[in-house]
Write a protein that binds this ligand. Structure first.
Ligand code: UDP
Length: 193
């Protein structure tokens, strides 16, 4: 997969459809994928924050969430011609999960926010299989890991804010059965309405 690079930071020039197609293939092959949203603010921060740059460049899909990235690509004659936002990517991934029967785990946000978000998502996608959830203020990390392992989740959304959520994914992904991780920031709040 060819990436575009802006000040040392990689961005995937792929549409929602292309990403969901690739995710479907990768899940079928048992490969893990991570999705991170990239905007100009994160690109600037990555100039001095090596950890953030590594988190972005180490992800499978760096989605161009922000018009600034689009403009940069246009000026450079790149292929990024539409935004891929974190919340819309999450919505596409929910649709894919409902269609394919992927089990989805939700981790993050306040208890009432994550439960309301799940309720609304179940209304929108009645076929969705909720593997489980945990609010973003869980104290016992080992219990959480056990819960995710037992849930047999295929897809996991982590809403702890950035870069906390990406650090969490990087630290824990190897011991989890999950195939697709997306750090989604405030998206549970959006789904909760
Ligand atoms: N959050 C959490 N645990 C924490 C810190 C934050 O669950 O320890 C949640 C918070 O409740 C909110 C989301 O993470 O739902 C942060 O969203 P924000 O819009 O700040 O993230 P961004 O999109 O800016 O990365």
């Amino acid at each position: 997969m060819t990436k575009e690079e802006y000040m040392g930071v990689q961005v995937s020039p792929l549409s929602y459809e292309e990403i969901t197609q690739q995710l479907k293939q990768r899940v079928a092959q048992g490969e893990q994928s991570t999705i991170i949203a990239v905007n100009p603010e994160k690109i600037m921060k990555s100039q001095t924050d090596e950890t953030l740059r590594d988190l972005i460049n180490g992800s499978t899909f760096q989605i161009p969430d922000g018009v600034g990235v689009l403009l940069a690509s246009r000026l450079k004659g790149g292929d990024i011609n539409s935004r891929v936002t974190g919340v819309d990517m999450m919505d596409r991934l929910l649709q894919l999960s409902a269609d394919e029967g992927y089990r989805v785990f939700f981790y993050g946000a306040k208890e009432e926010v994550v439960t309301k978000a799940i309720e609304n998502i179940q209304q929108k996608y009645p076929a969705i299989q909720v593997a489980g959830y945990e609010n973003g203020y869980a104290q016992d990390q080992e219990a959480l890991i056990q819960k995710i392992q037992d849930s047999n989740a295929d897809v996991m959304f982590v809403a702890l804010g950035s870069p906390k959520q990406e650090l969490w994914i990087r630290e824990n992904k190897e011991r989890l059965p999950v195939k697709v991780f997306q750090g989604v920031g405030g998206s549970f709040d959006v789904f909760a309405g």
